[in-house]
Design a protein around this ligand. Structure first.
Ligand SMILES: Cc1cc2nc3c(=O)[nH]c(=O)nc-3n(C[C@H](O)[C@H](O)[C@H](O)COP(=O)(O)O)c2cc1C
Length: 176
């Protein structure tokens, strides 16, 4: 069984990125379990002085969750041509340890735009030595309200796209 940790970079209640990671969890192929991380909004702002024995509990929980996962999925919006601060903050808590090194990661995006955030997220995660898999599903949800998002994510072609992307990611993890 492969355990994947999915992180949405949006704290918005009606977030399309959060809906996408939740749908990925529901469409996980056999042999794969996707757990959605829900602690992003509780993380204190990263401070290198608070590492080691002073690491805050919520940051330790994130570090443990990433350490215990066979791979991570990150879905994020673009804010002002960048990666949302909350997501960057979470990633910053992982930088000065081994947890990200060689950890398989699949970035996904609910917006067909967000080209700056895609590039920035890939650059950040590559710099942290994540092993990036770029076969994430492309399901445009930008600007859609929750009922429409839900029905798009239930369309069989999109369920297959999520299932196939996860199968590809599982293969990537197993053959590295
Ligand atoms: C403060 C703010 C800044 C944004 N800046 C951009 C941007 O620079 N480029 C872009 O494509 N979309 C931008 N957007 C749109 C969001 O990326 C888009 O609404 C996205 O779907 C939000 O993700 P969510 O549904 O998961 O919350 C911005 C949205 C907000 C709230």
């Amino acid at each position: 069984m492969l355990n994947l940790l999915a992180i949405s970079g949006s704290l918005r209640a009606a977030s399309t990125n959060s809906a996408l990671v939740a749908a990925l969890a529901l469409n996980a192929p056999e042999g794969c379990r996707v757990t959605v991380y829900d602690g992003l909004g509780r993380l204190p702002i990263f401070n290198p002085d608070d590492e080691g024995e002073r690491t805050p509990g919520d940051a330790s929980d994130l570090i443990d969750a990433v350490t215990g996962a066979d791979g991570v999925i990150v879905s994020c919006p673009e804010y002002a041509h960048g990666v949302p601060g909350g997501l960057k903050n979470a990633l910053d808590w992982l930088v000065s340890r081994d947890v990200a090194v060689g950890k398989p990661a699949m970035p996904v995006h609910a917006s067909p735009r967000s080209l700056y955030a895609r590039a920035a997220l890939a650059e950040i995660m590559r710099t942290m030595s994540f092993a990036l898999y770029d076969g994430g599903p492309e399901i445009p949800l930008l600007g859609k309200k929750p009922p429409e998002v839900a029905s798009i994510l239930l369309e069989p072609t999109n369920q297959k796209a999520m299932h196939d992307a996860l199968s590809g990611f599982m293969h990537f993890i197993r053959t590295r």
